[in-house]
Design a protein around this ligand. Structure first.
Ligand code: SF4
Ligand code: SF4
Length: 462
């Protein structure tokens, strides 16, 4: 039986012991003999969901286990008569929780969706990976009943304002450098559990999901004219780790949880289908203002290298005064899953590293620990390829060319970036208005209170 508080689990009644999950687990958290049910060491697990993505063992109506289907469904947070396929490796289902929030007439619901959702959710309707549906996504969320349809990408732009300022501050005040990005919860959890002595290298920025949630319950509450406790803050993510991140006890800047519930892409698709909403046939609608306006820089957060690219677009503009749509920085391969670049800005060289896949970060961390790091700024994404390949994305079943599908999702995001009129976070007028009317300035008092945190306390159990 699933432990309901646990985000990722393996059901021993369904697991065949094929061990494909253990091959993709980046932290060697899955154990068990071949042919026997596997188990997850929750103290090591970083909740990336890659095991969920690869597992293809499910309960068939002809299996002995099918007798217990209603109990298995409720154990996973599903309705007893839900029609979802029950795979052995699975994540906690939060659709009922979100349904309850939407049905509560005393709550004002605000939703955000991460960049990588709009390049993959169309797959749930039979369309090709990389099919872009931001307008249909906004329309579908509105039909589902959300009062305000906002966007995580707005908060990604805010993250860049804060994170690029933090990088420049660390460069000016001698550290601690190198600075590591902190928007991937699997990466943060890995740092906290395996490299606690290097925790000060992590940016103090919350992830875009948590920044958006903190702003919903403060800035958003002011705009809506309601109390923070009356806001139901929901996010739609490509990531299973975001469910854990939202539950971290320190993520309550307003005095209430920044994010009340997290849906993966597959969970949102299931909710839409249950209500008869066909996203593929929806008209294109805009996200709501002000927290639904976004730049192309925030869009590319959803692919490995995108946070670095977005941060450099703004950092270069701030240091040199040259406005850029693209950083113009060319990253070159430097080992498995690693790319590097150096950029000269106002007489200073910034050496940047992008790491795709948690397992590829260890050698670089050893260099940092030994005081031999030859870089200033490092982006790490836990899932190979970044959020486009997250554990909450539509499942790429056997027979699908996984690399090609991930590449198509990625190219969809970069196409969206190129097509947007504003492509740098510091040019997003809604973000500038947020600072003018509410936050003050990046790294200011209110930003520190709402948008930054201290990692290292390991927020919550698995
Ligand atoms: S959880 Fe799934 S992938 Fe892992 S061993 Fe069991 S059946 Fe295989
Ligand atoms: S969620 Fe990720 S870290 Fe945890 S067991 Fe699965 S593959 Fe390993």
């Amino acid at each position: 039986m699933t432990n309901f508080s646990q985000v990722v689990s393996i059901d021993p009644a369904v697991c065949t012991g094929c061990r494909r999950c253990s091959e993709v687990c980046p932290v060697d958290a899955i154990s068990g003999a071949e042919g026997e049910p596997q188990s997850i060491d929750t103290s090591r697990c970083v909740i990336c969901g890659q095991c969920v993505q690869i597992c293809s063992a499910f309960v068939s109506p002809f299996d002995d286990a099918a007798e217990n289907l209603p109990a298995m469904r409720t154990g996973r947070g599903l309705a007893a008569n839900d029609s979802a396929t029950l795979f052995a490796a699975h994540f906690r289902n939060d659709t009922k929780r979100v349904g309850d929030l939407l049905n509560n007439p005393s709550m004002k619901s605000m939703v955000q969706c991460a960049p990588a959702v709009r390049t993959s959710i169309a797959e749930e309707y039979g369309l090709a990976p990389g099919t872009l549906t931001p307008g249909q996504l906004a329309a579908s969320l509105r039909r589902l009943g959300f009062d305000a349809v906002y966007d995580t990408i707005f908060a990604a732009d805010v993250t860049i304002m804060e994170e690029s300022s933090e990088l420049l501050e660390r460069i000016r005040s001698d550290g601690p450098l190198p600075m590591f990005t902190s928007c991937c919860p699997g990466w943060v959890r890995y740092m906290e559990s395996a490299w606690p002595d290097l925790i000060d290298h992590l940016s103090s920025c919350k992830s875009p999901q948590q920044m958006a949630g903190a702003l919903f319950k403060t800035y958003g509450a002011e705009i809506a004219g309601v109390a923070p406790e009356s806001i139901a803050s929901v996010s739609v993510m490509p990531c299973t780790g975001k469910k854990h991140e939202a539950a971290r006890p320190e993520m309550q800047s307003s005095g209430y949880p920044d994010v009340d519930a997290v849906l993966t892409v597959t969970e949102l698709a299931a909710m839409l289908k249950a209500k008869g909403i066909n996203l593929a046939e929806m008209p294109e609608e805009d996200f709501d203002v002000p927290m639904g306006l976004y730049s192309g820089a925030g869009v590319i957060f959803g692919a490995s290298g995108g946070v670095m690219e977005a941060a450099l677009r703004t950092a270069i503009a701030v240091i040199s005064g040259n406005e850029v749509n693209e950083s113009g920085v060319k990253f070159v391969p430097a080992g498995k899953g690693i790319r590097r670049a150096s950029v000269e800005v106002a007489g200073r060289t910034i050496r940047a590293v992008i790491v795709s896949g948690l397992a590829n970060a260890a050698a670089l961390l050893e260099d940092v620990r030994a005081g031999k790091a030859d870089f200033d700024f490092m982006e790490v994404m836990c899932c190979p390829g970044g959020c486009v390949a997250g554990g909450g994305q539509p499942k790429l079943l056997p027979g699908v060319n996984v690399e090609e599908a991930i590449a198509l999702r990625r190219s969809g995001l970069y196409r969206h970036d190129r097509e947007l009129p504003v492509r740098a976070s510091h040019k997003n007028e809604s973000v500038l208005a947020l600072y003018e009317k509410f936050l003050g300035k990046p790294l200011g008092h209110r930003s520190h209170e709402l948008l930054h945190t201290h990692y290292g306390t390991e927020g919550g159990e698995h």
